[in-house]
Design a protein around this ligand. Structure first.
Ligand code: TYM
Length: 330
């Protein structure tokens, strides 16, 4: 039987390189081999109380970016999370076996309460349960995500296992992280702050114009340069190389690595090369995006097709879940 793949991206604005290399690029490769469900997590975006006027435009731009990057609606179910309200029922049911203690210990929750102490809502606390419902509603086997989502995925596995044990069933498979090139990836920010992320404000967006993108890369934090042959790279320099390993050809990476090891590197040259190689990936996506985003009819059609496929799959699972938990119709 075909393995099932589920993944999503929150609708909090345009997609950045972390989203692309951590998730979207893998979606595109997986769609040819697996039964795939790729969605836009608009419910999840509500945990930070976005402006209602921006909710739909954000969903729309991500849908257009999915398609521009090469997701094919004939191959995968591409849908909007809130178009499949079945997920809310599964979320409610899974919440009965999700314990507050374990939710409070989640790294992303602890992080968020530090960042938004004025808005520690219950949706934030149970974020991983909704994510588990997203995944388990389709009985997924594989979930392509970046490194930052691994703990959430571990919780999904725990909820699946717990449900199966409590109700003496094998209803839910335990989904694995999809490891594309070895380990799940973390795209660093170029400001020396670790991860590239929207709340870090250090993103290179797929939609950035050439000039804007090049300027961001040229501004990447570096140091004075190596002083000893073959010395260990400090984190900010390792970050540049990490990004280069992802976007550039291996011989290009090796070239700059050799220059570094011989203390001959000029960071300006490396950054110019890096910016050019990023643009090779992003510029064609941006061009297609600009066309697709204007085509409301096409976007509507894609979303409707995806929702239909996803609802069917979700409803099937829910029927089994309700039965296992003891619900009966009169
Ligand atoms: P989100 O919207 O924060 O990120 C979407 C995807 O992009 C990856 N990502 C990164 N990967 C590598 N390096 C980075 N700097 C980087 N930044 C983001 C994330 O790992 C993720 O794969 N909770 C999820 C959305 C979600 C989901 C799901 C995912 C909701 N339900 C079910 C999978 C399955 C999230 O907030 O991702």
């Amino acid at each position: 039987m075909k393995q099932i793949v589920v993944s999503g991206i929150r609708s909090t604005g345009n997609l950045h390189l972390g989203n692309y290399y951590g998730a979207l690029r893998n979606f595109i490769q997986m769609q040819n081999e697996y039964e795939c469900y790729f969605f836009i997590a608009d419910y999840h975006s509500l945990t930070t109380h976005p402006d209602p006027a921006m909710l739909h435009p954000n969903v729309k731009s991500i849908l257009a970016e999915y398609l521009a990057a090469g997701l094919d609606p004939e191959k995968s179910a591409i849908y909007i999370q809130s178009d499949v309200p079945e997920v809310c029922e599964l979320y409610t049911l899974l919440n009965m076996h999700a314990y507050v203690g374990e939710l409070e210990r989640t790294v992303s929750f602890k992080d968020k309460i530090r960042k938004q102490p004025e808005n520690v809502n219950a949706g934030l606390l149970t974020y991983p349960v909704l994510m588990a419902a997203d995944i388990l509603q389709h009985k997924a086997n594989l979930v392509p995500v970046g490194k930052d989502q691994l703990q959430h995925l571990e919780m999904t596995r725990k909820y699946a296992r717990r449900f199966n044990t409590i109700y003496n069933t094998e209803l839910f498979p335990e989904p694995d992280a999809y490891k594309f090139h070895g380990e799940p990836i973390k795209i660093p920010g170029l400001d020396g702050s670790g991860k590239m992320g929207k709340s870090e404000g250090n993103c290179i967006y797929l939609n950035d114009e050439d000039k804007v993108l090049t300027k961001k890369v040229m501004r990447a934090v570096t140091d004075q340069g190596p002083t000893e042959m073959n010395q260990t790279k400090p984190e900010v320099i390792e970050n540049l190389f990490t990004l280069m390993r992802v976007v550039s050809a291996p011989d290009v990476v090796e070239h700059f690595n050799n220059l570094y090891n011989n203390c001959e590197i000029r960071y300006g040259d490396m950054k110019k090369q890096l910016a050019a190689d990023i643009l090779t990936v992003t510029a064609p996506i941006r061009e297609r995006y600009n066309e697709i985003v204007k085509d409301e009819d096409y976007l509507r059609k894609v979303a409707a097709m995806g929702a239909e496929k996803a609802r069917e799959s979700s409803a099937r699972t829910l029927e089994e879940v309700r039965k296992a938990m003891g619900f009966r119709r009169f």
